[in-house]
Design a binder for this molecule. Structure first.
Ligand code: SAM
Length: 402
């Protein structure tokens, strides 16, 4: 039964493409709708520049765009991370090359700050560094290359490499670090509802010129497996998200890593917090020019869509595919553990860096909702300075899947 109907607005060509797929194949899973809205070639949100721009170069990410991320706020994340990476380099025995892989690099801002900091404080490491970007969007790949060339200069080009997908990377080929910031929250999610004691999936139909949502049996047995494996418990009428793409992504990361560390930064929760009964409608949100909405059927292809990360499931799928959990904490504790206050102690308290840091550490904002998950493969057990202050959660991510 159709449950809700929505006004269509957004990228006309993309909407036509979605409507055509629905008319050929029938009901579309919400995950497929999100996939097309964000990553359709050539019309998806991340695949194009914004069209309805008041500014000549309207970015998707950043203050002039729809949402900002920690690297867009300040170079502090990259600067502190370099110090942590140098420690990992020692533990790995100074490999040549040391690969730092960034997955989902957005505007390339983190890459610029990271490379500049490496060059400034660790020239030996910089000379051995291969900065590998995995970026799904060809449009953003071009932007990243232009940004890097402009900010870091041609000298850095020998250190850079782009790929479009992790599938292009050989198994057990990477020694170094796999890093992502706000990538996992941008992966398509399946939306489900617990109704009449059954797991139902949200699908998208097209009726009378509108996208409408309807509930039906799950499109894949993997959804019920996810619920079982990660102990997802929903109350009657509760809607939430299941993250099959994130699980597959983590398996792929484990596959390519030979020896090294995986650092995943994103906003999200542990499993029991994620599916708490008072989160009745899940965590799915859309962003357009810094305004938040829960309606994915407006501004299709022109607004970002995102869901919080289930870190327990992410850690669990990593463990199943051969990664060891090193630790999990909040972004605020991570930055404090890395001595971030040292980096800004001589600066004017009104400076942009200090203001940005206040934002990143905010206990009711990014500092707490953002988490850092760290896993390793092929190394002796160790801990990291950034994990000195673990998070005090009701439940922590577990190194076991069940
Ligand atoms: C929310 S943005 C975050 C950008 C950047 N990390 C930052 O913090 O500003 C998500 C980025 O991930 C990219 N992306 C999404 N799915 C991807 C995938 N499966 N593989 C590689 N990149 C992907 C998007 O194109 C975009 O660059």
């Amino acid at each position: 039964m159709p449950s809700d109907s929505h006004q269509i607005e957004g990228n006309h060509d993309l909407i036509q493409k979605i409507v055509s797929e629905i008319s050929q194949k029938g009901l579309m899973s919400f995950a497929r709708f999100m996939e097309m809205a964000l990553y359709d070639v050539p019309y998806g949100y991340y695949m194009t520049q914004a069209v309805e721009s008041e500014q000549p170069s309207h970015d998707r990410i950043g203050w002039g765009g729809d949402f900002f991320t920690a690297p867009e706020l300040s170079p502090i994340l990259a600067k502190t991370l370099v110090r942590q990476i140098l420690d990992i380099d020692v533990r790995l025995g100074h490999p040549d090359p040391f690969t730092f892989m960034e997955i989902g690099a957005g505007n390339g801002t983190f890459a610029v700050d990271f490379l500049q900091e490496c060059r400034a404080i660790a020239s030996d490491f910089f000379n051995r560094l291969s900065y590998d970007i995995v970026e799904r969007s060809p449009y953003l790949q071009l932007r990243q290359a232009a940004r890097l060339r402009e900010a870091v200069g041609n000298r850095v080009e020998g250190h850079l490499r782009w790929r479009s997908s992790l599938e292009e990377v050989d198994s057990n080929s990477l020694t170094g670090v796999v890093f992502s910031n706000e990538l996992v929250d941008a992966l398509p999610v399946h939306r489900v509802r617990w109704e009449n004691n059954q797991l139902r999936e949200i699908f998208v139909a097209y009726e009378g010129g509108h996208f409408v949502e309807c509930l039906d049996h799950c499109s894949s047995p993997k959804l019920a497996e996810y619920v079982d494996t990660y102990h997802v418990s929903l109350s009657e009428g509760q809607t939430s998200e299941l993250h099959l793409e994130a699980e597959a992504w983590m398996n792929n990361v484990a596959r390519i890593l030979h020896r090294g560390v995986v650092m995943t930064i994103d906003y999200g929760h542990t499993g029991s917090d994620y599916y708490r009964s008072d989160r009745k409608d899940g965590t799915f949100l859309c962003y357009y020019r810094h305004a938040i909405s829960t309606n994915p059927y407006i501004l299709v292809g022109e607004q970002d869509m995102t869901a919080h990360v289930n870190f327990s499931a992410l850690a669990g799928s990593g463990t199943t595919s051969g990664l060891d959990l090193i630790g999990f904490t909040t972004l605020a504790n991570w930055l404090i553990g890395l001595g971030v206050e040292e980096l800004v102690k001589d600066q004017d308290q009104e400076s942009e860096d200090v203001k940005a840091l206040t934002h990143l550490l905010r206990p009711h904002g990014m500092g707490k909702t953002f988490k850092v998950l760290v896993q390793q493969k092929g190394m002796e057990p160790f801990t990291l300075q950034g994990l000195r202050y673990p998070a005090f959660f009701d439940d922590v991510v577990s190194s076991r899947r069940d």
